[in-house]
Write a protein that binds this ligand. Structure first.
Ligand code: NAD
Ligand code: ZN
Ligand code: ZN
Length: 344
C-alpha cells in the first residue's frame, strides 16, 4: 500500500509498504481521511530519538473497518469509525481514571506518534481506539479526533468559568482554533474574541461564530481590553492555540485577575510566572495556567455528537495522499485555513 512516512528526522515522503496485518485485539482500518495537524510539523522538526523512524505520520483518522483481528467483537467490515489517537500505558493513574490524555507516556504514545499512523491506505489500531461516527463524512469525522477534541477538552477544563456574558479570547484560528470558536458558540453563551495574524483566518473566525476579531499586532492587548471593558479587568478565559512568545505575551496581557490561561499550542514559547506584590506581576493574581493535552475517549464521543448534530464542522481543504507533503508545506507557510485533510 502507499504510505506517507517520516523516513528520517525532518524527511516526509510517499513510499510503498506492506499492508499491515491486525494482531489480536486490533483492527485493520481502511483510511478514509486524515487531518494534517500542526503537531506533525513539530514531530518532523523534533530532535532525532524523540519519535521513531521510519514512521507513517497522521494521528487524526477516520475511515471504515476492513478486518477485525482475533478476539475483536463488536466491529465488522464496513463500520464507519473515527480513531482515538492516544494509546495510554493502561496502568498509570491517568489511564486508570480514564484520562489517557494524562498518561505518563504523553505526548509520545499513540497512532502516528509511537506507531504507524493514518497517512496511508490502511492503518492498524487497537479495537478499543474506535468510535462509531454514523453517517458523518469521513473528511468531517477525521478533524474531530484532534482539531475538535483538543479544544473541547480545554474548554471542558474551563467550563465552570464560562458563565453567560463572560469573554473568551481564542488566539490562533487555524485547525484547532476555528473548532474552538465553534465549540464555544455551540455550548456556551460567552463573548468570543478571535485573534490571528492572518486575515483569512480572521474571516474564518467570523464565519464560524466569533463575535469580534482582532488582528495580532502591537495594539492587540489594548484592543481586546477595550472590547472587554473595565470590569472584569480582562478576559475570563484565554485559549492560546499557537504558544509562541508573542501569543503568550498577548494571553497574559489580556487575562482578567482570577482568569484562566489554557496553553494548547506547542509553539515553543515561554510564559513567565513570577508572583510579586511590589511591581506589575507577570500574570495577574488569581490566574490559573493549564497546559492541556488532547482529550479523553469520552470527550471524543461528545465531540462526534456535536459533529453529527451539525454544530461543529471543520472548514476542510482536501488533498490526495501523494500531495500530502505539499499540504504540510502549505501548513508550514500559513497557507492552510481551517484543516487540510488528506484523502488516501
Ligand atoms: P494551524 O497551523 O492550523 O493554526 C495555527 C494558527 O495560528 C494559524 O491560523 C496562524 O495564522 C496562527 N498564528 C501563527 N502565529 C501567530 C501569531 N504569532 N499570532 C497570532 N496567530 C498566529 O495549527 P493547528 O493544527 O491548529 O495547531 C495549533 C498548535 O496546537 C500547534 O502548535 C500544535 O502542535 C498544537 N496542538 C496541541 C495539542 C495539545 O494537545 N496540546 C493538540 C494538537 C495540536
Ligand atoms: Zn494533532
Ligand atoms: Zn498510562
Amino acid at each position: 500500500m502507499r504510505a506517507v512516512r517520516m523516513t528520517a528526522p525532518g524527511v516526509l515522503e510517499q513510499v510503498e509498504v506492506p499492508t499491515p496485518t491486525p494482531g489480536p485485539g486490533e483492527v485493520l482500518v481502511r483510511v478514509g481521511a486524515v487531518g494534517a495537524c500542526h503537531s506533525d510539523l513539530h514531530i518532523l522538526d523534533a530532535p532525532p530519538g524523540v519519535f521513531p523512524v521510519p514512521i507513517t505520520l497522521g494521528h487524526e483518522i477516520a475511515g471504515t473497518v476492513d478486518t477485525p483481528g482475533d478476539g475483536v467483537t463488536g466491529w465488522s467490515a464496513g463500520d464507519r469509525v473515527a480513531v482515538y489517537g492516544i494509546i495510554g500505558c493502561g496502568t498509570c493513574r491517568g489511564c486508570l481514571r480514564g484520562r489517557e490524555n494524562e498518561c505518563r507516556t504523553v505526548p509520545v504514545g499513540g497512532v502516528g506518534l509511537s506507531r504507524d499512523g493514518g497517512l496511508a491506505e490502511h492503518v492498524v489500531v487497537p479495537a478499543s481506539r474506535l468510535l462509531p461516527v454514523g453517517d458523518l463524512e469521513v473528511t468531517q469525522a477525521a478533524p474531530l479526533t484532534d482539531a475538535g477534541l483538543t479544544p473541547y477538552h480545554a474548554i471542558e477544563l474551563a467550563r465552570p468559568a464560562l458563565r453567560p456574558g463572560t469573554s473568551v479570547v481564542v488566539i490562533g484560528i487555524g485547525g484547532l482554533g476555528h473548532m474552538a470558536v465553534q465549540i464555544l458558540a455551540a455550548t456556551t453563551a460567552v463573548r468570543i474574541i478571535a485573534v490571528d495574524s492572518n486575515v483569512a483566518a480572521l474571516d474564518l473566525a467570523t464565519r464560524v461564530g466569533a463575535h469580534h476579531v482582532v488582528p495580532a499586532g502591537p495594539d492587540t492587548v489594548d484592543r481586546i481590553r477595550e472590547l472587554v471593558g473595565p470590569a472584569p479587568d480582562g478576559a475570563d478565559v484565554v485559549i492560546d492555540c499557537v504558544g509562541v512568545d508573542a501569543t503568550l505575551t498577548t494571553a497574559r496581557g489580556v487575562v482578567a485577575t482570577g482568569g484562566r490561561l489554557l496553553l494548547v499550542g506547542l509553539g515553543g514559547g515561554t510564559l513567565p510566572v513570577r508572583p510579586v506584590a511590589d511591581e506589575p506581576p507577570t500574570v495577574p493574581f488569581g490566574t490559573s495556567v493549564e497546559v492541556p493535552f488532547w482529550g479523553t475517549r469520552a470527550e471524543l464521543q461528545e465531540v462526534i455528537a456535536l459533529g453529527r448534530a451539525g454544530l461543529l464542522a471543520a472548514d476542510v481543504q482536501t488533498f490526495p495522499l501523494d500531495r500530502a507533503p505539499e499540504a504540510y508545506d502549505l501548513l508550514r507557510a500559513g497557507d492552510i485555513h481551517g484543516r487540510a485533510v488528506i484523502v488516501p
